[in-house]
Design a binder for this molecule. Structure first.
Ligand code: HEC
Ligand code: HEC
Length: 225
């Protein structure tokens, strides 16, 4: 009996240790500082931008709600091998994105991703959006409120369609959390108080916002046959 108890206790301790070393945001935060990521990104909420000048002074997107916005697996992969997200340079409508974002090693990427995934706003309800081929959402995205006027996506015959002024939404279902997309559409003032994107509150019902978030959340690379 005592032996069994000891085994159980040490197994529990081991599990606790493993879970601590697996999710240690402080370690990732230290790397984030050491690698000068702080020069271009802020990680403490709430949103600091009050005027358009504040927005234009930023050298990179705010990351204080990264854990709401991104999918963990995508994030770790992107930090190691960053490919352009915005077709245009950050805060520019005329210059192309040079694709020169600093890259981290595999281990650092995993650690920093853990730190960033620990940052949340408390304003995103999990499990509200069911990601699917959403005909209503598609209609809103491509016709009614043409989101596609500013965002690239994979259109018919796998051709990249859409505008280039906003971040690309090609394969956004792998990158973004659909529940965050809905929260952003509903409460732009929380996430982006200086609005570079039109506000859809009052133009789209909550239900239609959920439809379009469901549609965008389903943007995924086609599986190879
Ligand atoms: C010189 C400024 C600069 C530095 C330094 C920098 N970034 Fe960035 N970061 C940017 C810009 C600009 C973008 C937008 C890139 C794009 O759209 O392709 C970005 C995008 C990101 C994104 C995606 C955010 C989003 O909303 O699309 C993450 C995550 C990120 N950076 C993390 C980091 C980490 C971690 C470091 C440190 C290793 C770092 N960055 C260093 C400027 C910077
Ligand atoms: C007039 C251009 C424009 C239209 C129309 C537009 N957007 Fe945007 N969108 C933007 C810009 C610009 C950003 C970046 C905002 C920022 O970071 O401040 C953005 C950001 C986003 C993001 C976050 C992407 C990321 O990686 O940060 C999503 C998701 C999004 N838009 C979805 C939509 C949907 C859905 C619609 C239609 C209901 C829409 N947009 C219509 C310009 C637009």
């Amino acid at each position: 009996m005592r032996a069994l108890l000891t085994v159980t206790i040490s197994a529990t301790c081991l599990m606790a240790m493993v879970s601590v070393s697996k999710a240690d945001p402080a370690a990732g935060q230290a790397v984030f500082k050491a690698k000068e990521c702080v020069a271009c990104h802020y990680t403490e909420g709430p949103a600091r931008e009050k005027t358009i000048e504040d927005q234009l002074a930023k050298k990179g997107p705010e990351l204080w709600y990264a854990g709401d916005k991104f999918q963990a697996e995508w994030l770790a992969g992107w930090l190691a091998d960053p490919k352009p997200i915005r077709p245009m340079k950050f805060n520019s409508l005329t210059e192309e994105n040079a694709g020169d974002h600093p890259a981290l090693g595999a281990e650092e990427s995993a650690t920093v991703a853990e730190f960033l995934m620990s940052l949340t706003s408390g304003e995103v309800e999990a499990g509200t959006v069911k990601v699917k081929k959403n005909a209503k959402g598609r209609q809103i995205f491509t016709k009614k409120m043409p989101c596609s006027g500013c965002h690239q996506y994979t259109g018919r015959k796998k051709v990249i369609a859409g505008g280039r002024s906003g971040p690309s939404l090609v394969d956004a279902g792998v990158r973004l959390n659909a529940d965050w997309i809905l929260a952003y559409l509903k409460k732009p003032e929380v996430f982006k108080p200086v609005k570079m994107m039109p506000v859809f509150v009052g133009l789209l019902s909550d239900k239609d916002m959920a439809n379009v978030a469901s549609y965008v959340g389903n943007f995924k690379p086609k599986k190879k046959k």
